[in-house]
Design a protein around this ligand. Structure first.
Ligand SMILES: Nc1ncnc2c1ncn2[C@@H]1O[C@H](COP(=O)(O)OP(=O)(O)OP(=O)(O)O)[C@@H](O)[C@H]1O
Length: 839
């Protein structure tokens, strides 16, 4: 390797040196002086040249007495010998004509070649290939100076044409080849063409020279300012050949020669300006390493071995394949699990929906069972309820706690609302069985009065009750089931069926009633109504056809009950219609316009009479003797209790009347009802929904405690109602009616009935109105439920045949009023008797 390794640094500047030739014989004085190795000054201080700089600094400056050897050694050798290290190098001589360029470059080239060969000689371990070429660029034509052919050379981009390469033999192991070239360039004179004062061929020569030099100057300036801009290398063949030497992969040294004579001062200054620019140019010299064939083969073999190892590594990748297959298995497993989850989710949803459906079905079944139970139960309609319209609370409570029965009702309002709720399909009835409490009461009654065989039937709207009553009726025909005591389970109130002073059994009464019904004409026997509920229902439906066979009717009812769905539907519709009507009536009732009830009832003409309407086929229990005792005090047939009852009845009637007058417009309270009086501690409850209240407020009528009153009286009580007398008496119409009902018959039964029938026929419309008015008043006094009133009004609209039922209702209400008085006096606190008015 060459010793001057300091020149191997990349990005070095062009080495610029200035050499002043000595004065020749024609030149007298030099104005330039090298003050040191790198600075040259212009000594002449002419005023016209004062604008130019006086000193120039370069890498090296050589004065006129400096030998070429020094110029080479200090400013060219290290560049020239770079080629031995594989670095291209170039050495220029730039200056005006006769400034000593050729003189300098000849010496430089000789020294360089000598040094190169000396180096080659000294480095036997290396193999060098030295190529040498010499060419001339004249008028943009390149000519090979070593060839005899003067044909200009074609300028190619192959650098071998002009390079002088040197290879370094680095032995077998290091077979790298260094290839570099060193250029020695002797440029033409840099003076301007105008200054040449030539013309013709000289001018052309000067132009080309100037072109090459101008392009060289431009390239140097461009390179000195940076490489970002375009460098016009191809503008001249000189710059094209020296492209690498000028800012490329080469080390470059420029030796600027100048004449010291004052006459050449301008050219000298231009040369110095060019030199100043050139020293700013940076080149990027690098070692040009060329691989040998062996080295290339070995390198390729190493690469091949490396690739083979990689192939082996790739071939030994079963683990990766296993991992991939494992991943695929996992993915499949995940997919299967996802499907299973989806399937399980679907099954879960399906199961949930099934459970919900089952629960819904169970509820429906329970509801149906509850409805059936209520419908089929013999305890229907025995729902004692206390209703206070003034409070409009949502609770319905049995007014009288029922004691001493298996299904005791504790009087707690819990579930009362629910039990009284009308679901729109079937009516729910409140448990427990009030009739059992009634049994106890009945027992007391029987023990006390020994007779009670009258039955009061109330209007109902439940078809189910028809069936139940029919069952009960059939059951009641069995002496074993009804032996010895009247029952309220049949919804019938046995009121005074006595015959010839003997208490009539229920069986006997029913038989009697049935027998009477077979031949009875209501218009002919209004005074001795003895229709069964079944007959009455059918009669009302079929237009007073009392000739129908009651047994057939019973069968019809039973068969109709079989058609349960139809019945339920009919009930549902009926309940809905009734609810509408009831609301309408309640609104009018609250407004205190009682007579409008009739209008409302008339407007609701579409509502038909209930088939389950029960006729009260009774006579007033004590009316004959009771009335007789009032009218004829000489008859000492009343006991003290009876007298007291009469007094209490009057008092209570008056109280009720007053209470009604006070509260009628605002309330429909039952606080003064019999039940409330007797129970004493019963908490008043109310319902908000009138429908619910009315549906639930069906109670049995209590047995009458005065069966002894009937002792000795007639078996049947004929109605003797003459409202023509009304209005003139000081008593209320209701009281008159009661009195009339209580008047004992002194005439023969047949004649009474005939007269009564005649009266009814003659003055029936007026009597009907009077009866209605009286009944309405008694309703208020007895706190009869609105549902009962509604039905009654809807069913009986003035038809002559209605007189029977009107009378029955009148008698029933009279009895109720008296019963309330009696119960209030006797204080049946333990009685399960609910308000009798509820029936
Ligand atoms: N340093 C020097 N010492 C002695 N003589 C010199 C020196 N430099 C140049 N000369 C002489 O100056 C003359 C002109 O020199 P040279 O021919 O080298 O100039 P040039 O620049 O090459 O001219 P051209 O441009 O015409 O080729 C020559 O006779 C040469 O001997």
């Amino acid at each position: 390797m060459i010793e001057d390794s300091e020149f191997q640094e990349p990005g070095e500047k062009i080495f610029v040196s200035v050499r002043i030739r000595p004065l020749n014989d024609k030149e007298r004085k030099s104005d330039w002086e090298c003050i040191n190795n790198d600075t040259i000054i212009f000594k002449n201080s002419l005023p016209e040249r004062s604008m130019f700089p006086a000193a120039y600094t370069f890498d090296r400056v050589y004065d006129c007495d400096c030998p070429t050897k020094q110029v080479y050694d200090e400013g060219a050798k290290h560049i020239a010998l770079s080629v031995l290290n594989g670095i291209n190098s170039s050495i220029f001589a730039y200056g005006q004509t006769s400034s000593g360029k050729t003189y300098t470059m000849r010496g430089i080239t000789e020294y360089a070649v000598a040094d190169i060969y000396d180096y080659i000689e000294k480095h036997k371990e290396r193999e060098f290939v030295v190529k040498f070429s010499a060419m001339e660029i004249y008028n943009e034509a390149v000519r090979d100076l070593l060839s005899l052919d003067s044909t200009p050379l074609r300028l190619l981009d192959d650098p071998e044409t002009i390079e002088s390469s040197a290879r370094e033999y680095a032995g077998a192991e290091n077979s790298s080849i260094l290839s570099a070239s060193v250029n020695f360039v002797d440029l033409a004179g840099s003076e301007r063409a105008s200054q040449t004062l030539s013309a013709g061929t000289r001018l052309k020569e000067g132009c080309h020279i100037n072109r090459s030099l101008l392009t060289l100057g431009t390239v140097i300036r461009k390179l000195s300012k940076g490489r970002n801009s375009h460098v016009p290398y191809r503008d001249s063949k000189l710059t094209r050949i020296l492209q690498n030497a000028l800012g490329g992969n080469a080390r470059t040294a420029i030796i600027c020669t100048m004449s010291p004579d004052r006459s050449h001062v301008e050219q000298s200054r231009n040369t110095l300006s060019f030199a100043s620019c050139a020293k700013e140019v940076t080149t990027n010299a690098q070692v040009n390493l060329v691989m040998s064939d062996k080295a290339l083969v070995k390198q390729l073999q190493r690469e091949l071995a490396k690739l083979e190892n990689e192939m082996k590594s790739l071939g030994s990748a079963p683990v990766k394949r296993d991992t991939a297959s494992l991943l695929r298995e996992k993915e499949l497993l995940i997919e299967q699990m996802a499907k299973e989850i989806e399937e399980l989710t679907r099954q879960r949803d399906l199961a949930q929906s099934r459970v919900e459906n089952l629960l819904l079905s169970v509820r429906e079944v329970q509801m149906l069972k509850s409805g059936e139970y209520s419908s089929n139960s013999s305890e229907v309609t025995n729902v004692p309820c206390t209703v206070d319209y003034s409070n409009h609370k949502d609770i319905v409570t049995p007014s009288v706690p029922i004691a001493n029965n298996n299904n005791q009702y504790d009087g707690h309002p819990e579930n009362s609302e629910e039990e009284c709720h009308l679901d729109g399909i079937t009516t729910k009835f409140v448990e427990p069985d009030p009739s059992k409490g009634w049994d106890k009461v009945a027992q007391k009654i029987d023990e006390k009065f020994e007779d009670n065989c009258k039955e009061v039937r109330c209007i109902e709207f439940e078809d189910s009750s028809i069936e139940m009553n029919e069952k009960e009726k059939v059951a009641s025909l069995n002496p074993e089931n009804n032996e010895g005591k009247p029952t309220v389970e049949t919804n019938e109130l046995w009121i005074d069926h006595v015959e010839d002073g003997k208490p009539a059994t229920k069986e006997a009464v029913i038989k009697e009633i049935e027998a009477d019904n077979l031949s009875a004409d209501p218009e002919e026997e209004q005074g001795k109504v003895s229709l069964t509920e079944t007959e009455l229902s059918i009669e009302k439906q079929e237009g007073d056809d009392l000739s129908s066979n009651p047994k057939e009717n019973v069968e019809d009812l039973r068969s109709s009950h079989v058609n349960k769905d139809e019945t339920c539907e009919a009930l549902k519709q009926k309940v809905q219609e009734l609810q509408k009507t009831i609301k309408f009536l309640v609104r009018y009732h609250i407004m205190g316009d009682s007579p409008s009830l009739l209008d409302a009832a008339s407007s609701a003409s579409s509502i038909s009479r209930s088939r389950s309407c029960k006729a009260i086929v009774t006579t007033m229990p004590s009316s004959p003797r009771f009335e007789k005792s009032q009218q004829n005090e000489t008859v000492p047939t009343f006991t003290e209790a009876e007298k007291d009852f009469i007094e209490r009845a009057k008092t209570l009637s008056q109280k009720l009347s007053n209470s009604k007058d006070d509260n009628r417009n605002a309330k429909m309270s039952r606080c003064n009802s019999q039940a409330s009086i007797t129970s004493g501690s019963t908490e008043e409850q109310s319902v908000k929904d009138v429908d619910v209240e009315e549906t639930c407020s069906e109670v049995n009528f209590p047995p009458r405690p005065w069966k002894s009153f009937a002792s000795g009286s007639k078996r049947r009580t004929s109605f003797s109602i003459d409202f023509s007398e009304g209005g003139s008496d000081t008593k209320t119409c209701q009281e008159k009616q009661i009195d009339k009902n209580l008047v004992p018959e002194t005439k023969t039964e047949n004649s009474q009935e005939t007269n009564h029938s005649t009266k009814l026929h003659s003055s029936w419309p007026e009597e009907f109105e009077n009866l209605q008015r009286t009944i309405i008043e008694l309703w208020d006094k007895c706190n009869v439920p609105l549902i009962h009133r509604t039905y009654f009004i809807l069913l009986f609209k003035g038809d002559p045949s209605d007189s029977v039922y009107m009378e029955v209702e009148l008698r029933r209400l009279s009895f109720l009023k008296n019963s309330m008085s009696s119960l209030g006096r006797n204080g049946w606190k333990d009685s399960p008797i609910d308000t009798a008015a509820s029936r």
